[in-house]
Design a protein around this ligand. Structure first.
Ligand code: SAM
Length: 230
């Protein structure tokens, strides 16, 4: 079973969106579990504060190393991945989600305010992960995003393992266009080849479309695809 500890000042935000559909079913089947932990429980004063003003001045508050250290020590199993969500982190990718889906336990630290005291990152050698070049008000949504990406990769969570192999980012390609019934909708037609039943032609059309879309939309991925394609 894959277990995710989530350190947050808003534990009630979990499982949130993960309490629906595939993820909810997988959780009820014992394929994964979540342990949301309230950082405030580790506060060192009677006001339950978790933050303090920044040394050197400036706007906002910084999450305290004393409080975070106590929370991490109580929850994190040494040797398992410890991740802090941060706009400075390396970007979350499908590859990263895959690596994490092979772990038995991970701990996610959700920042708030202006972030956390840098010494916590140093002391625990924490991996920083960003979900994109924009600023959110907390790490809780990134935690839900990461967990959603990981959970659907756990063994037996998706109905068909094939659908994983065909998805965007597999082989550094974006996915080809998909269609369902009806064959004609508001004057738009499903491409002929998909109606042909000719598996080879369909596969080659899909590959060609995936390449075209990747080349136009994501030159960075296209370069990788060309360098790494067998
Ligand atoms: C308001 S942000 C702090 C931003 C920080 N002062 C900076 O400029 O990098 C509060 C928290 O939200 C989370 N966060 C915000 N944007 C994020 C992103 N793009 N990816 C991951 N986490 C993010 C982080 O945990 C961060 O500590």
């Amino acid at each position: 079973m894959f277990k995710a500890n989530v350190l947050t000042i808003f534990p009630e935000m979990f499982p949130g969106a993960l309490g629906f559909s595939l993820a909810a079913k997988a959780q009820s089947e014992g394929k994964w579990d979540i342990n949301p932990v309230d950082i405030r429980n580790f506060a060192v004063n009677n006001y339950h504060s978790v933050d303090d003003t920044p040394y050197g001045g400036g706007a906002g508050m910084i999450m305290s190393p004393e409080v975070l250290g106590r929370a991490i020590d109580a929850v994190h199993t040494p040797g398992t991945p410890l991740i802090y969500f941060s706009p400075r982190g390396s970007q979350l990718t499908q590859q990263k989600a895959k690596e994490l889906s092979c772990q038995e336990e991970i701990t996610l630290l959700c920042g708030r305010f202006e972030g956390i005291d840098e010494r916590v990152i140093e002391a625990y050698n924490i991996t920083e992960i960003s979900i994109g070049d924009f600023i959110l008000s907390g790490g809780e949504l990134p935690a839900l995003v990461l967990l959603d990406a990981v959970i659907r990769l756990l063994p037996g969570v998706l109905g068909s393992e094939d659908s994983l192999c065909e998805e965007s980012f597999e082989n550094n390609l974006l996915e080809y266009p998909q269609y369902t019934r009806p064959q004609s909708w508001r004057g738009f037609e499903v491409p002929e080849v998909l109606l042909s039943g000719h598996h080879e032609n369909i596969a080659s059309w899909r590959r060609q479309k995936a390449e075209e879309i990747t080349r136009i939309r994501r030159p960075d991925l296209w370069e990788k695809y060309q360098a790494e394609k067998p």
